[in-house]
Design a protein. Structure first.
Length: 138
């Protein structure tokens, strides 16, 4: 898995990519949500650059997946923790979490992998405001 500098736009965008494929696939609604929320601009990237980060993340997952694609839900915990640790700025963490939440909710349901990722982010970053209390029941 590639590494990015701490608090870099690429590190933040990769977490958005994790949310995008947390259920093993992504939908057009999720892609449109990224565009509609101007995620690339909010993270400090050009639209082409955020696409490159998403593509790179999926390539890294494929290389590590072997035969079976599971999306980011199948990532091992040390790798997930390493990627979350690359975003340390509390304001950036909150922005990333809200973007990830919007992507996860955009297709009308929360998959187990999406809930797990959002909860893991909130726990790792210790942000009570990021609790899933407002999310619809599964």
């Amino acid at each position: 898995m590639r590494s990015y500098p701490i608090n870099s736009p690429e590190a933040a965008a990769r977490l958005l990519a994790m949310a995008l494929v947390a259920d093993g696939q992504y939908s057009m609604n999720e892609i449109k949500t990224i565009d509609r929320l101007q995620a690339s601009q909010r993270l400090g990237l050009a639209p082409e650059a955020i696409k490159a980060v998403i593509d790179g993340f999926c390539e890294d997952l494929l290389q590590g997946a072997g035969v079976q694609w599971t999306g980011s839900a199948g990532m091992d915990e040390p790798t997930r923790a390493q990627l979350l640790a690359e975003v340390q700025d509390p304001a950036l963490q909150e922005t990333v979490w809200h973007l990830c939440e919007a992507v996860a909710l955009s297709d009308g349901h929360l998959a187990d992998g999406e809930v797990e990722l959002l909860d893991r982010m909130a726990f790792a970053w210790r942000h009570p405001a990021m609790a899933m209390a407002s999310a619809p029941a599964l």
